[in-house]
Design a protein around this ligand. Structure first.
Ligand SMILES: Nc1ccn([C@@H]2O[C@H](COP(=O)(O)O)[C@@H](O)[C@H]2O)c(=O)n1
Ligand code: CDI
Length: 209
């Protein structure tokens, strides 16, 4: 058929039709993204943990998986290692899997005096079973005394071997509370942790920690 100026032959697409087709594709794409978002978890997830333990004279002071030489130690149903506890809570929180006390009750005699590294290893097993891998964790310990900086490399090495998270992805820091509050009066210790976990199957990378 002869094509005249201003008209469209059957082999050509009218630009308006093309626009309608593109708009339909964009709407379908938006629907797909929205449905995926509600069907699947967002592949990067953050969690936060906070814990406090009383300090009492004569108890071993377990912190970050190691024993700290000190006159006082943290009191608890377990060995009261706040660093392990906040890491558990941050990782469980990121995976939306409740918290340490939900999985390991302080009323359960099987956890009496337990080494908290065992609880941490179990938490890692639980989140890895759900397909998550750990990006990084960042812990802040709030303690008036003793100074912890000299012990931090050993804590990191210990926690890395317990969790199989590379040391470069485990950050541990300490601060005092400038003699204020229960920490300042040396009655207790507090710790905070944030953790980032992710679903590796979403990404074409090979990273198995
Ligand atoms: N238990 C602690 C507390 C603090 N540190 C280190 O000392 C620095 C100063 O503490 P501030 O509370 O005055 O900020 C702090 O940044 C830590 O490096 C420590 O090692 N152990
Ligand atoms: C670790 C657990 C369990 O032994 O006991 P605690 O050592 O008392 O620690 P806490 O952070 O108070 O609570 C978590 C408990 O599940």
């Amino acid at each position: 058929m002869e094509e005249r100026e201003g008209e469209w032959s059957e082999e050509h697409t009218n630009p308006n039709d093309k626009l309608v087709e593109l708009q339909r594709s964009i709407a379908e794409l938006k629907d797909f993204v929205f449905n995926s978002r509600t069907k699947y978890m967002f592949p990067f997830r953050v969690g936060q943990g906070y814990d406090v333990h009383q300090l009492v004279e004569g108890r071993p002071f377990w912190l970050g998986g190691i024993s700290i030489p000190h006159s006082h130690g943290a009191k608890g149903h377990s060995d009261a290692d706040v660093v392990c506890h906040v890491m558990c809570d941050a990782l469980l929180g990121a995976a939306n899997m409740r918290n340490i006390g939900y999985h390991f009750s302080d009323k359960d005699p099987q956890w009496k005096g337990v080494d908290s590294k065992i609880l941490l290893a179990k938490v890692l097993e639980m989140i890895r079973e759900k397909g998550f891998q750990v990006g990084n964790v960042d812990v802040t310990i709030v303690l008036q005394n003793p100074k912890l900086n000299p012990h931090i490399p050993e804590m990191k090495a210990c926690l890395s071997s317990v969790t199989n998270i590379p040391e470069q992805d485990i950050s541990i820091k300490a601060t005092t509370s400038e003699h204020l509050g229960f920490v300042g009066r040396e009655e207790g210790i507090a710790a905070h942790c944030v953790a980032l976990i992710y679903l590796p199957n979403f990404f074409p990378i090979n990273n198995d920690h």
